[in-house]
Design a protein around this ligand. Sequence first.
Ligand code: ADP
Ligand code: PHD
Length: 256
Amino acid sequence: MGKIIVQKFGGTSVQNHSARDLALDHVQAAVDQGYQVVMVVSAMGRKGDPYATDSLLNLVSENHQTQLTAQELDQLMATGELISMSVMVNQARQRKMKVAGLTGAQAGVITNYDYQSALVDHVDPKAILTAFQTVDVVIVAGFQGVTTDGHVTTLGRGGSDTSATAIGAALNACFVDIFTDVNGVMNRDPKQDPSAQVIPFLTYTEMVRMAENGAKVVHPRAVKIAMNAEIPFRVRSTYRVTEQGCTIIGSSRLIK
Ligand SMILES: Nc1ncnc2c1ncn2[C@@H]1O[C@H](COP(=O)(O)OP(=O)(O)O)[C@@H](O)[C@H]1O
Ligand SMILES: N[C@@H](CC(=O)OP(=O)(O)O)C(=O)O
């Protein structure tokens, strides 16, 4: 078994063919460096895009009311990432990449029953490791898991980050890369303040604090999982290949 890394791509990074090609360029670059890659994908696009999470929710809610149970709602919400995973597998194979695709359940993401905000209990990495015997890249539908008796769950909005670090922790990955539509974690939301600057290094604790205070670029649960497993992770731009992004590790003092 080679060195494993996890690369997660958010909704805007998989929203159309050209964005997905850039995402696959990052994955191919890692494969060329000798890594086996778990590629975690979110649903394609944002509100208004046909298969984005908010668009799926819109299909069954009127005035913010739905007739679906919490369990049924998670079955619907999880489909956005299933579509995204299948489309990505297809596009990767068009490029002759050796890939396999897995749902969250197939990837062994086991959760509790807290629908819409389920906690990951553990990840059983067996299926991913088996797939790596024949492929370089395993593409996993983010944001979702399964209860021990087979009910589909979702991990809370922005929860594909949690999929990525939980899978990274279970595989003892070398690191996890969260690819997104900004250049890294910044001192402020760049959409509110265009003069915001990338913070090159953060400790897990600093990142948890920022995420809990609303820096939605990474889900706080994802950071805590990485912290407990001591897996370094980076937040990087899908679009700006040369940007270093923000690295989140144990102690900023270790970095010169
Ligand atoms: N401190 C911050 N640093 C970087 N981005 C931030 C911060 N606070 C909020 N954001 C917002 O987070 C967004 C990225 O998160 P998200 O929309 O969930 O992306 P993705 O679809 O890649 O998961 C950015 O577009 C940015 O507007
Ligand atoms: N698609 C889900 C999960 C997710 O993590 O999305 P993104 O990576 O695009 O924030 C959501 O919109 O909440």
